[in-house]
Design a protein around this ligand. Structure first.
Ligand code: SF4
Length: 474
């Protein structure tokens, strides 16, 4: 269906679009100003009229406009959105700010319910995350002079259907891995200065993400860590994580390399334990690989292992998710990150499976046709209950555009096993010094907004442009 939103004047377009899209996730939504003859002429199945009265406070006007529009959309569709009118990526920012102002849980809940129409369940979750985040960060000194260190490894054993990260398949691009590492070291050299007394800078937290860092060979991983240690004092950081990720890339030898460099937290990500789904989404590994990689990591002495799962994968409903959760219950990871599938425009999923079929990368399109991508309150609740039954608490949360069910991603962890970096990338507490393809750097400017820069996402472009100045990203 083509949904048009005709607005009295050109204002609040982004907010209006996000809210209407949340009610009509599978439809084409466009927002235009009344009087724009070209846009008015386009054919539409539904037109929603919105007027914007004069205002003195932009924030109050926006909140009120969204509440009024929400009420109409709810009446038209019969739907309620779990997060009400909140469409930003960090709804926990609101309870965090109010907690800092000394507000009670009840006051925060009343504000989130009255102003944003969020559901009691999501309000409780947001407050709980904000409280845990506060506890975890308390006593850690942050400021313009502190930083966390992130390295990006843009290689994976194969590309998952829903992926939009900066990554390339190892079989085609693995030959560039050594050149990539060299480029990464040069980038680090350009942007790293020793401390005045000659010591290496100490990051608050250290994180290697991707892609799949363990797609590199054991010797490449060893080199990556050894070269980073020459430039940064990783042993003095509060935590060191490697997002191993894909179970099929994890070997005993690689785990030993990570251990020998003091890596104390890794991820072994099943996403689902349902083999049929794994095959459909192009993970090219088995559920058995996950059990094996997890067992190896425990044998090699890893005491902080995270697992990621995704809800809303093709063809999965509550039964399949329940099987995955049952397997997680048995494994007892130290943390569990529950994602809701976000189908982004750039992913293979949206760029059409049919293209993949003609290119020969999938064999049979019919297995994808008619599949539902379904996430819902009961499914996500079941996942959260599993995490809490395992003794975990929610400690970070974010939302993305086009998330199935209008839900969220939430990180749970046993007390003391949280990943500081996961919180710090969303906060504006310190610099994020990030290196590699697609790496997003954030620097705190005194008294101002953080300055951000992003590296080229594409591997070859990153390699070609490694010595050029990076482009500002707004
Ligand atoms: S493992 Fe992660 S980074 Fe790699 S292709 Fe899959 S979703 Fe993308």
């Amino acid at each position: 269906m083509r949904v048009g939103v005709r607005v009295g004047k050109e204002d609040f377009f982004y907010d209006i679009h996000s809210l209407v899209r949340a009610f009509y996730p599978d439809d084409e939504v466009s927002v235009y100003a009344a009087g724009d003859a070209e846009k008015e002429a386009l054919p539409r199945d539904l037109v929603i009229e919105v007027s914007i009265p004069p205002y003195s406070s932009r924030k109050a006007a926006k909140d009120s406009l969204k509440r009024e529009l929400y009420g109409r959309l709810r009446a038209m569709t019969g739907k309620n959105l779990p997060w009400g009118t909140l469409s930003g990526i960090r709804p926990t920012k609101i309870p965090s700010g109010l907690l800092r102002e000394g507000k009670t849980r009840e006051e925060i809940a009343a504000y989130m319910s009255g102003n944003y129409l969020a559901s009691p369940e999501k309000i409780e979750l947001a407050i709980r995350v904000a409280e845990n985040e506060r506890r975890i960060l308390s006593g850690i000194p942050f400021g313009p002079e502190t930083f966390s260190l992130y390295l990006h490894v843009p290689f994976c054993p194969s590309i998952c259907l829903y992926c939009t990260f900066s990554t390339s398949p190892m079989d085609r691009y693995g030959g560039l891995a050594d050149a990539y590492l060299e480029a990464l070291f040069r980038e680090m050299d350009r942007e790293t200065e020793m401390l005045p007394d000659g010591r290496r800078p100490i990051p608050t937290s250290f994180y290697i993400g991707g892609g799949t860092p363990t797609a590199l060979s054991a010797s490449q991983l060893d080199r990556l860590l050894a070269e980073t240690e020459k430039r940064y004092d990783l042993a003095a950081a509060r935590e060191r994580t490697v997002e191993a990720g894909r179970p099929d890339s994890i070997t005993r030898e690689k785990l030993r390399v990570l251990k020998s460099h003091g890596i104390d937290r890794i991820s072994v990500n099943p996403q689902t334990m349902n083999q049929k789904t794994l095959d459909l989404i192009g993970r090219r590994h088995t559920a058995e690989d996950t059990l094996k990689a997890y067992g190896l990591a425990r044998e090699e002495g890893f005491r902080n292992i995270n697992m990621d799962i995704i809800l809303g994968l093709p063809g999965e409903d509550i039964g399949e998710v329940s099987e995955t959760l049952e397997a997680i219950r048995k494994l007892k990871p130290d943390s569990l990150t529950v994602h809701s599938l976000a189908v982004k425009r750039a992913s293979r999923l949206t760029r059409t499976l049919k293209e993949e079929l003609s290119a020969g990368s999938i064999q049979d399109y019919s297995s994808y046709e008619g599949l539902s991508f379904h996430n819902s309150g009961p499914i996500i609740r079941m996942a959260y209950e599993t995490a809490m039954e395992l003794g975990m608490e929610p400690y970070y949360l974010y939302r993305q555009k086009n998330m199935k069910g209008g839900l969220e991603n939430t990180g749970f962890a046993l007390p003391g096993k949280e990943c500081l970096y996961n919180i710090l990338i969303m906060e504006e507490l310190e610099e994020i010094r990030a290196f590699g393809a697609g790496a997003s750097k954030k620097k705190l400017e005194p008294g101002g907004k953080p300055a951000r820069k992003i590296n080229p996402k594409d591997l070859k472009t990153y390699l070609e442009r490694q010595d050029e100045p990076i482009q500002p990203c707004n």
